[in-house]
Design a protein around this ligand. Structure first.
Ligand code: KIV
Ligand code: ZN
Length: 388
């Protein structure tokens, strides 16, 4: 089995649909180009039948993006699929992604149909989409809550109808990793034609498990992960791209898998998406949070000054951040103060460390974080007192 995990980014479709204000065509293009630079294999950029604006942005992105395959979403109905094909036409090659719900609750309550009707619609949709492209993805919406026999049947039928990728979404973020990995294992064991398609997952984060479930799925044999920058998306969001990319890179020797992501592009892409989508990234978010590479405890800071791998499992430079930040707080020790003073250009002989450290602690107790300017102000103050 191939060890490459295909990264399918859906920031501009599943991510964008959850924003309070839609992005303009120009903003979507900016994000699409950043995602292309990031090295994603496939980007899903909209739902063209939903509005003329969405259609236009899909069309513009299909004209512009060359290094990632562009994809758009369609329900399992001809009008949606035709809108995808029309919007994506400017691209040299494109993917149509069509979906229908397969769980009992969705089939009976939302669609008010029999499962056999759903199967027929799915098969027809995949065959119809294949008239426009040989790259067709089919998703079983709410697969995480679908009875396994029905899920196996649907996956088999979709592949037989011509789907080249079959996606297993945990639409409502309900499953836990062992369970989700088990669903994937059962599919691989029971669906006879499963090796004729790429199997993909698309996990939502309602229980904070989207990334863990996606990793369990690749360990069970899946080779495409659907995700978004900063994990933006419906409700608690989608699987976060930067987290899966860095898990697969940092733990490559354990997992034996890799992606084509240019990880040095991660920080700037995250900032662009956060800024244009008006969605701040929480400070303690893995990989891209403001504190992800900053250290506050004196013991940790001392360790970091001796060797960075004492408290960092990846370097900030590897995700495009210039350097580790040691926060100066009342937990910081003399070692970090000395180091910071040196980085500000001061020699040991320029100041009395004990005096500076005592003043620093007094300020840190009042203020929390002490910045470089504060530290220099303390030094100037001491020097002034000495002159009097
Ligand atoms: O969450 C979901 O099930 C989806 C599908 C359309 C793939 O977004
Ligand atoms: Zn989704």
């Amino acid at each position: 089995m191939d060890n490459k995990v295909i990264i399918f980014d859906t920031t501009l479709r599943d991510g964008e649909q959850a924003l309070n204000a839609s992005l303009s065509v120009h903003e979507k293009l900016q994000i699409a180009q950043a995602i292309e630079r990031l090295g994603v294999d496939i980007m899903e950029v909209g739902f063209p039948v939903s509005s003329p604006g969405d259609f236009e942005s899909v069309q513009q992105i299909a004209k512009t993006v060359k290094n990632s395959r562009v994809c758009a979403l369609a329900r399992a109905v001809e009008a949606d699929i035709k809108a995808c094909a029309d919007a994506l036409k400017p691209a040299e090659a494109f993917r149509i992604h069509t979906f229908i719900s397969t769980s009992d609750v969705h089939v009976q309550q939302k669609l008010r149909k029999e499962f056999s009707d759903i199967e027929a619609m799915a098969v027809h949709a995949v065959k119809y989409a294949r008239r426009f492209t040989d790259d067709v993805e089919f998703s079983c919406e709410d697969a995480g809550r679908t009875p396994i026999d029905n899920l196996c049947r649907m996956v088999e039928q979709a592949i037989k109808a011509g789907a080249t990728t079959v996606n297993i979404p945990d639409t409502v973020g309900y499953t836990v990793p062992t369970e989700f990995g088990g669903i994937i294992t059962q599919l691989f064991n029971r669906v006879p034609n499963i090796d004729q398609a790429v199997i993909s997952v698309h996990c939502h984060n309602d229980l904070g498990l989207a990334v863990a479930n996606s990793i369990a799925a690749v360990q069970a044999g899946v080779r495409q992960i659907e995700c978004t920058i900063n994990g933006i998306g419906e409700r608690a969001g989608n699987c976060s791209l930067e987290e899966v990319a860095m898990i697969l890179k940092t733990r490559e020797s354990l997992l034996g898998l890799h992606t084509g992501i240019q990880h040095q592009e991660i920080a700037r892409t995250s900032k662009l998406v956060s800024h244009l989508c008006n969605m701040p990234v929480q400070l303690n978010k893995a990989i891209v949070g403001g504190n992800a590479f900053s250290h506050s405890s004196g013991i940790h800071q001392d360790g970091m000054l001796k060797a960075s791998n004492t408290y960092e499992i990846m370097t900030p430079e590897s995700v495009g951040i210039s350097k580790t930040k040691l926060n100066l707080t009342s937990r910081s020790g003399r070692h970090v103060i000395k180091h910071r003073m040196a980085s500000l250009g001061y020699q040991d002989s320029d100041y009395d460390l004990e005096q500076l450290y005592a003043d620093f602690l007094a300020l840190a107790d009042k203020k929390g974080q002490v910045f470089d300017d504060d530290l220099e102000a303390l030094l100037f103050n001491i020097q002034q007192q000495e002159m009097q």
